[in-house]
Design a protein around this ligand. Structure first.
Ligand code: IMP
Length: 180
């Protein structure tokens, strides 16, 4: 059953799962030989369903941590990114795999990447479930994206509108009438 506040489904649960399988193949290939377990860092809260499915497919030793930043209010990105919850792990000399739900303007990920660079991570691999390149302001490309989407405001599978809809098993476009 599709939520009646959703205009259309962009990605079904099966399509998302297939996309995550391919993403897992990419990181398994890249990190299979790692001597020190890479640190997978989820950007809260939107990463949760994606990260949960992804780590169950990872075939190398890894560690897990999270960072939470505040950057988005309603349906428009803002340029101010504040750390709300910081990592518990020292990332110095670690291979970091950063897991995001979506890249839009890229301000958020840019600031997060700067944090990891300043803390002297050995390498940073940036993986996102969705890429919305049409709204990009900063010239930044993810190392891996599962899906490119058009300029829609989407919810579900971790993505929210005012903290709601993260629980939907699919990714859908919110009806404009619901938020305007
Ligand atoms: P950026 O800084 O503009 O790249 O925005 C990144 C953050 O904005 C993401 O981590 C999401 O939390 C949020 N965001 C961007 N686009 C959408 C969307 O279509 N739906 C829900 N959240 C979004």
């Amino acid at each position: 059953m599709i939520d009646n506040r959703i205009d259309k489904v962009l990605l079904t649960a099966d399509e998302i799962e297939a996309g995550i399988n391919k993403c897992a193949q990419y990181i398994n290939k890249k990190f299979k030989q790692s001597k020190i377990p890479p640190l997978m860092v989820g950007v809260l809260k939107g990463c949760i369903p994606f990260l949960g499915r992804l780590i169950s497919k990872v075939e190398f030793d890894m560690e897990l941590d999270f960072i939470a930043v505040a950057s988005y209010h309603g349906t428009e990105s803002t340029q101010n990114v504040k750390i709300v919850t910081d990592l518990a792990t020292d990332v110095k000399n670690r291979d970091v795999i950063l897991i995001e739900d979506i890249v839009d303007t890229a301000f958020t990920i840019h600031q997060i990447l700067e944090i990891f660079k300043n803390r002297q991570a050995k390498s940073i691999t940036f993986v996102t479930l969705l890429d919305k390149p049409s709204r990009r302001i900063l010239n930044l490309k993810p190392d891996y994206f599962c899906f490119t989407i058009p300029n829609y405001f989407v919810v579900g599978f971790g993505l929210d509108y005012n903290q709601k809809f993260r629980n939907l098993p699919y990714i859908g476009v919110l009806k404009k009438s619901y938020y305007s």
